[in-house]
Design a protein around this ligand. Sequence first.
Ligand SMILES: Cc1ncc(COP(=O)(O)O)c(C=O)c1O
Length: 329
Amino acid sequence: MKRLTTETGAGQWGSALAFAGALFGLEVTVYMVKVSYEQKPYRRAMMETWGATVYASPSNLTNAGRGILKDDPDSPGSLGIAISEAVEDAATHDDAKYSLGSVVNHVLLHQTVMGQEAKKQMEMAGEYPDVVIACVGGGSNFAGLTYPFIGDKLKGRQPRTRFIAAEPAACPTLTRGVYAYDFGDAVGMGPVVKMFTLGHSFIPDRIHSGGLRYHGDAPSLCALVDHKVVEARAYKQNECFAEAVRFARSEGFLPAPESAHALRAVAEEAAAAREAGEKRTILFGLSGHGHFDMSAYDAYFAGKLEDVELSQSRIDAAIEELPRVPAMS
Ligand SMILES: Cc1ncc(COP(=O)(O)O)c(C=O)c1O
């Protein structure tokens, strides 16, 4: 293999793979969702610094991209479309393989290094969390932090700990999707998996949380939501940015817009604990910094960030396109 292909939304996974490619002497081709490519030019420059080639997706380089552009030349793209393009690129070149950055089990399990470290850190602090919170795009960030703790809960060791998955109201997979078999990519090149989905053809609005604009979610996380082990909540972007600003002003650390969704849930939990007059230990995942998102912060301060009202009819239209299972005779 000479080359890896991949998708990236906000650009974190693309950056990680670009750097890994540089270390291992592999070329890396990144299909970066167009809306993020435009919102965050310096993320692209960072990947290029590590030697990767970055294309805005949908692109004219693949059948998948050309098909989407034919229907909508101004398509903002989505993680599902970028996955289709990266898969097609690898499938049509013998020297290339595709590498997925979230959703599937091996990615989730690699990420659990976060939860395992967090457990050790909690032990050092003499605490165990009452609530664990993280944001969800495809699910690897959430699973990475929470699964080691969820393991304790399922084994009956910490039955009272709760888990909250925070997602954008503009892409409310876990809170408004259907639990069904669907494709992980936009044009249906990959296998179908059972997950909460808004439909593989759903293209979310241009919110500033590129990493959370995915129509489905990791199947194991969806099963945990279905079994009510994990609770999901959806938030609009202005309320998330308000928490990001509050956090930045108290901690000096500027959160990514994706992480701000987790912060919004943290604020709700803290307020509920205060109201109930109880002590609550809240662990949350601060999944990234927002240094490439200053245009989003600017838009928030200028009052120009839109809170998307996602209509049920848009979800229904995409759900109509779910793959059909032939009836058993
Ligand atoms: C800052 C940040 N947080 C969280 C996520 C969520 O990713 P996932 O749920 O797919 O692991 C992303 C994805 O790009 C991100 O950029």
